[in-house]
Design a protein around this ligand. Structure first.
Ligand SMILES: NC(=O)c1ccc[n+]([C@@H]2O[C@H](COP(=O)([O-])OP(=O)(O)OC[C@H]3O[C@@H](n4cnc5c(N)ncnc54)[C@H](OP(=O)(O)O)[C@@H]3O)[C@@H](O)[C@H]2O)c1
Length: 312
């Protein structure tokens, strides 16, 4: 079977096709034929070698935390899934493959109404958005600001926040402002048209900075009321510029487990048609992965980048 990975760090062209034996499920695992996988900024940081100091991985490295696949074999003791089930899987690594094995706790059945490409894009951003709302623990009626609300993480935070009856104020580029309103945001400021800091100054009880790399020009600090919470999804801690805020870095806490987050996300999809926008489907080839990684590092159209066996 094919896997897509690299044996040295570098730009997207380091991805090649690697031949490997089809993995056999251990007790409590299933084997999946991968129908598609999602790409995330974390995968690109792995490829650039930025995670090498924190996570010891041997080459070749095959990234991939987000998979949608069909169950093809069952390990001993597995009764919750059957051959033929189409499932969503969140995994530590290795999803860029034709076949994977996965523990049953990291799986959930894909709702029939959820498109395959959306399912491939859901796991990591879904778990992140779910964790963010859990950590913030806001009460209905409180104001949450979401910066980067058109992005993979931001768009899900907006939708889950509305299901919790929060008042959501959001930032995105003008080209995506209507999309963010359709997701349910109560007010949207286009960061490329208005001064966000002035428009939403001191309004948010909590702010989520889900801007690529956290580069919001200090707007999150200005938007959050004194004493409020500023949560960043970026690797670096937020700079508070002397304002009395409670800073949180998402990566520092323990992320929500798929066992608790997946059922909540699927319930949100079934009840409210949680929208996972797909920016582009790439072909299931090393060239498709390379192109996906080039887009990942660009200011690409809003939505998830996914690699699928059958691109639309
Ligand atoms: N993917 C994950 O599961 C995950 C998990 C943990 C942490 N993170 C981190 O979270 C961040 C976002 O990830 P993502 O996957 O959601 O990225 P993404 O889909 O590329 O979205 C990034 C968003 O940032 C917005 N943006 C860019 N400049 C902005 C500005 N000045 N003000 C407001 N918004 C701005 C973009 O909006 P427009 O396109 O409308 O300009 C875009 O929607 C990254 O730093 C990532 O490392 C991601």
């Amino acid at each position: 079977m094919k896997r897509f990975g690299f044996d040295h760090y570098g730009d997207p062209t380091v991805f090649t096709t690697i031949e490997a034996p089809v993995p056999v499920p251990k007790p409590g695992q299933v084997q999946l034929h991968v129908l598609g996988f999602g790409l995330n900024p974390y995968d690109a940081s792995l490829r650039r070698g930025e995670q090498a100091a924190f996570r010891k991985l041997a080459f070749p490295i095959v990234p991939g935390t987000d998979v949608v696949g069909q169950v093809t074999a069952l390990g001993e003791g597995v009764s919750a899934f059957a051959r033929g089930d189409v499932v969503i899987n969140y995994r530590p690594i290795g999803g860029y493959s034709e076949f994977v094995v996965a523990s049953v706790g990291k799986l959930i059945k894909k709702p029939a109404a959820m498109p395959l490409a959306a399912a491939a894009g859901l796991p990591q951003v879904g778990l992140s958005a779910y964790s963010i709302l859990q950590v913030l623990a806001l009460a209905p009626g409180q104001t949450l600001a979401v910066e980067g609300a058109s992005g993979g993480v931001g768009a899900l935070v907006v939708q889950l926040a509305k299901l919790q009856h929060l008042h959501v104020i959001a930032t995105a580029s003008a080209r995506n402002a209507d999309y963010v309103r359709r997701l349910g945001a109560d007010e949207v400021a286009a960061y490329d048209e208005v001064a966000v800091a002035a428009r939403f100054g001191d309004q948010a009880d909590a702010t989520v900075n889900a801007v690529s790399g956290g580069q919001d020009g200090g707007a999150g600090v200005a938007i959050t009321r004194p004493g409020g919470t500023l949560l960043t999804t970026a690797d670096a801690a937020p700079t508070l510029n002397g304002k009395a805020l409670d800073p949180i870095q998402l990566g520092e806490g323990k992320p929500a487990k798929p066992e608790s987050a997946f059922p909540a996300l699927i319930q949100a999809f079934n009840e409210a048609r949680l929208n996972v926008r797909v920016a582009k489907q790439l072909p299931f080839t090393a060239l498709g992965v390379q192109e996906g990684h080039r887009l990942l590092e660009s200011h690409h159209p809003a939505g998830k980048l996914v690699v699928m066996h059958e691109p639309a």
